[in-house]
Design a protein around this ligand. Structure first.
Ligand code: IMP
Ligand code: MG
Length: 178
């Protein structure tokens, strides 16, 4: 697996340190009272697990399956909700977590749906944000790291379902992108 990585972009210790400060920002911003965290599967799983254990608040955790990439290197442009049931968020403060902000379509579509379902406020957090023009006018409230516009894997992010368990974020070798 390591042999498929061209270079490490954000190493493990740097990620963990940044999560400490992100958790503090989140703790400071959220009002006392019930908060629902929505984890976008599967990419945000590793990030969310490490981040949320640092937030000393009463949280409930829900997961959502959405598809936007369909396994390739390019966004398909369409966001599909794959779950039979949408989490109950009416009257709740919501923290929506994803692995990476790329075109912005995923966060925009999910945040819109959460508001339609009656969430009072939706804050968004991503581990990574690509430095590029977004298709949607969307920003994340919490961004771990700004990165260049290149395809990355690890720490939850995949290429064709692989590399999510790498403990760091790295750039895939072109030869591995088959
Ligand atoms: P967006 O809707 O274009 O912002 O894309 C967000 C989704 O695309 C993320 O949840 C990721 O699953 C996927 N994605 C975007 N860029 C990358 C990348 O560099 N590596 C792996 N997955 C990515
Ligand atoms: Mg993905």
């Amino acid at each position: 697996m390591k042999n498929d990585i061209e270079r490490v972009l954000v190493d493990e210790a740097v990620i963990q340190k940044r999560l400490d400060s992100m958790a503090k920002e989140i703790e400071k911003d959220f009002p006392e009272g019930p908060v629902v965290v929505i984890i976008l599967l599967k990419g945000a799983l590793v990030f969310a697990a490490d981040l949320l254990r640092r937030v000393p608040r009463q949280l409930s955790i829900e997961c959502l399956n959405v598809a936007s990439y369909h396994g390739g290197l390019e966004s398909s442009g369409q966001v599909d909700f794959l779950d039979r049931h949408f989490p109950v968020v009416k009257g709740m403060h919501v923290l929506l977590l994803d692995d990476i902000l790329d075109t912005g379509r995923t966060l925009a579509a999910v945040a819109k749906r959460l508001k339609e379902e009656g969430a009072i406020a939706v804050h968004t957090g991503v581990l990574l944000a690509k430095d590029k023009k977004r298709a949607e006018n969307v920003q994340a409230d919490y961004v771990g790291f700004e990165i260049g516009d290149e395809f990355v894997v690890g720490y939850g992010l995949d290429y064709k379902g692989r590399y999510r368990n790498l403990p760091y974020v790295g750039v895939l070798k072109l030869s591995a992108a088959t």
